[in-house]
Design a protein around this ligand. Structure first.
Ligand SMILES: C[S@@+](CC[C@H](N)C(=O)[O-])C[C@H]1O[C@@H](n2cnc3c(N)ncnc32)[C@H](O)[C@@H]1O
Length: 207
């Protein structure tokens, strides 16, 4: 775990650089906003982002839904420092996604944006999220996935191995099938984008 936090501490200063490339950021931000529309209630309920990084999602959500209470957690102290600077009115905590300092049934919505393919034990983190979610609470996921087309598969192969070798992530892991196995999680929305290499998925829990 120490390795992961140190790695993201180092990445924290350059993490937002891809946002400066309009061809990537324009499409990506449209999908970030789509996830937010589905997941963020328009009142003072709690929304939590796990692996919040520099707080991009929370900042974006706050512009449209300012009356919601936002919290972001991350294992990297430096990411949390940047998030606090970027979004001063949200709560940010340094902690592990597998051991969340929140009570059972206390949170309305949880966001994982490009985090489930980063966490070593993503199954444990999902279990922990299900513990703190209220009945009918939602999980919004945005991440990479293996596409079906030949050209996109070819491009995905390079992205995946760059992410695995250089980023030491678990990019390309099949999170979707794992989530679909839960009988108490109902899929409300699923759409892939970037030639099928990324997706947004919204699920709702029945307790
Ligand atoms: C790819 S970044 C995603 C950042 C942000 N959610 C976004 O939308 O761009 C993954 C984040 O997960 C964090 N992370 C990795 N392992 C973690 C863990 N065990 N607990 C909490 N955060 C973790 C990293 O520090 C990093 O900030």
């Amino acid at each position: 775990m120490v390795d992961v936090s140190k790695r993201y501490d180092k990445l924290s200063n350059v993490y937002g650089l891809l946002d400066a490339v309009p061809v990537i950021s324009k499409g990506e931000y449209a999908w970030r906003r789509k996830l937010i529309e589905y997941i963020v209630p328009n009142n003072n309920e709690w929304v939590l982002e796990i692996g919040t990084g520099p707080g991009i999602m929370i900042k974006e959500a706050m512009t449209k839904y300012p009356d919601v209470c936002y919290a972001g957690i991350d294992i990297s102290k430096k990411m949390i420092k940047i998030a606090k600077r970027n979004v001063p009115h949200a709560e940010f905590i340094v902690c592990d996604a597998n051991n969340l300092p929140f009570k059972d049934n206390s949170i309305s919505s949880i966001i994982y944006a490009f985090t489930l393919t980063t966490l070593p034990d993503y199954k444990g983190s999902l279990k922990e999220s299900m513990r703190i979610l209220k009945n009918e609470g939602k999980i919004g996921i945005m991440d990479g996935k293996k596409p079906s087309g030949k050209i996109s598969c070819f491009i995905f192969f390079f992205i995946k191995y760059t992410a695995i070798v250089i980023g030491k992530t678990y990019f390309g892991r099949d999170v979707i099938s794992y989530i679909l196995n839960f009988k108490n999680l109902k899929t409300l929305f699923f759409k892939s984008f970037f030639m099928g290499m990324s997706y947004v998925m919204i699920v709702q829990i029945r307790k």
